[in-house]
Design a binder for this molecule. Sequence first.
Ligand code: FAD
Length: 395
Amino acid sequence: MKHLLIAGGGIGGMAAALSLLNRGFDVDVYEQAPELKEVGAGVQISPNGTRALHALGVFDELQRLSCNTKSKEVRLWNTGRTWKLFDLGTEAIDRYGFPYVTVYRPDLLQVLADAVRIRKRDAIHLGRRVVGVTQQDSGATLHLDDGASVAGDGVIGADGVHSGIRRALFNGDNARFFGMIAWRGVMPIERVPVQISRDKATNWIGVGGHVVHYPLRAGTLMNFVGIMERSDWRVESWTEQGTAEECHHDHRGWHADVHALIEAAPSLFKWALMGREPMKQWTKGRVTLLGDAAHPTLPMLAQGAVMAIEDAVVLGRCLDKYSDIATAFQRYQDARIDVTARKVLGANDNAIRFHNPALATEAGATIYVDREWSRDAIIRRYEWIFTYAADAVSI
Ligand SMILES: Cc1cc2nc3c(=O)[nH]c(=O)nc-3n(C[C@H](O)[C@H](O)[C@H](O)COP(=O)(O)OP(=O)(O)OC[C@H]3O[C@@H](n4cnc5c(N)ncnc54)[C@H](O)[C@@H]3O)c2cc1C
């Protein structure tokens, strides 16, 4: 039985482990964190992502914990004017066969990890930091910070945006600060002020920023993300905390409802947005990358986690089809590299689309919303993403 080693036990690493165990491979996951703990944040899973989770066999379990938002609205940053949006999400099951859901990240990770452990009880090794990777003709080896080395038939680097495996394989990082920071917070739904829709996904759009909020965990939590243009914060991290005062200040001039949400968040975190050019290659022999390690992205298309899950499905299929590991890894890269690059570039485009000078006035905003958020424009921007089928795409 072939034995694959995975560096990183986030959403991507765990989805990959599950995909490979489902297909009869032996897998071990090395995660640096001492316990499995995802950041307390929300994640939107578009129909192509729920389709991939279904292919992994965990969608029914996750659906119990997720939210299908009732509808979508756009609001103007300062006046709060509201436009009801055509929502591909509510049509998703009819159009794509799978729903658009929002999920609390810890729930997604837990569902994946539980499924991995059902298939192999001791597959996940916590508190094990990977410090290097080497490969030979017959296999690949992960080196850990306690001096241990583990050998397998191949290595998958799912170690996130700052991937050490990517550095070891391809040297530097072409990160470019995008001049924006993402504020995020999650609050119990009862703390959300009554005038704010609790069952809708809302996109606030402005000249130098945008704000998104949507319910999570069967409607018991609300997720808040505020992406603001700001040039002095350059730390790309899930764990950097900021203060409510700083967050209010970054949203100065925004509608009172936005400030009420900031006030309701028990804690607020900030993440500097770095853009990266898509990689031309992410596989070398018996070592490959997956998820943010392979195609880090701005969050503006809400596809980072979805791409990691799709990668996992396609990688499993390739390893099943091609018995030679290096060939399987290469075919996986070939199948995924163009579609993921298109999404990374689409997210960069959305950063510009969302923060538009036309939004300075209501008249400008009306023209902008009619143009950018019409039914046709939404279908043109998103349908190619939502129709992608990781379980059927040619490999
Ligand atoms: C503000 C924001 C909002 C987002 N919203 C969405 C959304 O709505 N929808 C969506 O699809 N995506 C979204 N994303 C993107 C998504 O969060 C990421 O794309 C996703 O987490 C990538 O998963 P991953 O497993 O590749 O990486 P990660 O989640 O970063 O996991 C990497 C894992 O590797 C471990 N690790 C790192 N180095 C080592 C090492 N040396 N040894 C061992 N372990 C190691 C880490 O501890 C971590 O557990 C958002 C991102 C941001 C910043």
